[in-house]
Design a protein around this ligand. Structure first.
Ligand SMILES: *[C@@H]1O[C@H](CO)[C@@H](O)[C@H](O)[C@H]1NC(C)=O
Ligand SMILES: *[C@@H]1O[C@H](CO)[C@@H](O)[C@H](O)[C@H]1NC(C)=O
Length: 339
């Protein structure tokens, strides 16, 4: 018994050390650097903010060279996305993928840690869906050919690809997505690559506040809210991730890790559902949850990387709440404090 405890402690400590040293001296959380604003600070100043606030990771929706130049030599992990419009070209031939890689990745590799190249964002089930897998394969083959063994190509999906997600064990890919998702997840599994998912409990709550409890959406429920077989859930975030896990299992994929590419809560734009207080509560609890390294009920102890959406309020996004997901105003002052 005592020995078991000591062993468990040792394993825990080992995990702690591993995680805290993953990005030395930084918070093991990422933030999305969305750029759909005409009043945002220049990239060099934005990257300085990432450094000042000790943010360990950044996700870019496309390879903007001014941003990549500003990231050179910084100890910030870069999740690098491709533009959705570029997916068909990346899929069309290894040579075209190579050209994209040579322009947008190769020049930065020697002074940047780019663990993942994400092909597209929330594309499935849209018009580029069938190009995703060949594009991932073309890029993954380039990574392998260049001996870049710590880099992976993957894609970013959102819960629209699920046909059911409640309770989590009912999780299944939708009719429109299951073909694409099955092939992609099988390939990711064969390459030991993760799937990136965007998870917004806010959206579920805002859509159906009579049935989705605020405390369940905000990680503040202290008791299980949903019981599902022998698993119980006190937050919607875990339940959504596990719905993905179940959906993958049902198509024979058991071993693809999940990364959370986006999560967040708007601070304005939809009345009393979107206040700085609610946004701060969600994002603080999201960080706490990610940094607890507890995994989900179905995958306890799994390492789940997480990114907050987004760095700034973006005034060129559709009017309303879409413009208010930022942690910071364009003048660099915090909308609320999380770091
Ligand atoms: C929970 O139930 C599943 C089957 O539904 C079973 O495989 C698993 O071992 C159970 N876990 C625990 C901790 O009882
Ligand atoms: C928003 O206001 C309505 C009406 O007063 C109230 O029922 C609801 O609980 C409020 N929601 C939040 C999140 O404060």
């Amino acid at each position: 018994m005592a020995r078991g405890h000591i062993l468990a402690l040792l394993v825990l400590c080992l995990l702690c050390t591993m995680h805290s040293s993953k990005i030395e001296g930084k918070i093991d959380i990422g933030v999305n650097y969305g750029m759909q604003g005409n009043n945002l600070p220049p990239p060099r100043e934005v990257i300085e903010m990432f450094e000042r606030y000790n943010i360990g990771k950044i996700r870019l929706f496309e390879p903007v060279h001014e941003v990549l130049e500003a990231l050179r030599g910084k100890k910030i992990e870069v999740f690098l996305g491709t533009r959705n419009e570029d997916i068909p070209v990346l899929a069309s031939s290894p040579e075209n993928a190579q050209a994209w890689f040579n322009t947008n990745v190769q020049p930065y590799l020697k002074d940047m840690n780019i663990p993942f190249i994400t092909v597209g964002n929330e594309v499935i089930p849209g018009r580029f869906s069938e190009s995703i897998l060949p594009a991932i394969q073309n890029i993954q083959n380039i990574l392998k050919a260049n001996g870049l063994r710590d880099m992976r190509a993957t894609t970013v999906v959102y819960p629209v690809v699920l046909g059911a997600s409640h309770p989590p064990s009912a999780g299944v890919f939708s009719k429109a997505s299951i073909g694409y998702m099955t092939d992609i997840c099988k390939y990711l599994e064969s390459e030991n690559a993760p799937l990136v998912v965007n998870v917004y409990p806010y959206l579920a709550y805002a859509e159906d506040p009579r049935h989705v409890r605020l405390d369940y959406a905000q990680f503040t429920a202290t008791e299980p809210v949903v019981r599902d077989g022998n698993l119980s859930y006190n937050n919607l975030f875990d339940a959504t991730l596990d719905a993905f896990v179940w959906a993958m299992e049902k198509v024979g994929v058991n071993d693809v890790a999940l990364i959370v590419g986006e999560s967040g809560w708007p601070s304005a734009g939809m009345g009393n559902f979107t206040t700085p207080n609610l946004a701060a509560t969600y994002n603080k609890n999201f960080m706490k949850h990610i940094l607890s390294y507890r995994g989900t009920p179905k995958r306890p102890g799994d390492y789940i990387e997480g990114f907050i959406f987004a760095m700034f309020n973006e005034n060129l996004k559709p009017a309303g709440r879409e413009q208010h997901f930022g942690l910071f105003y364009p003048d660099k002052t915090p909308v609320y404090n999380v770091f």
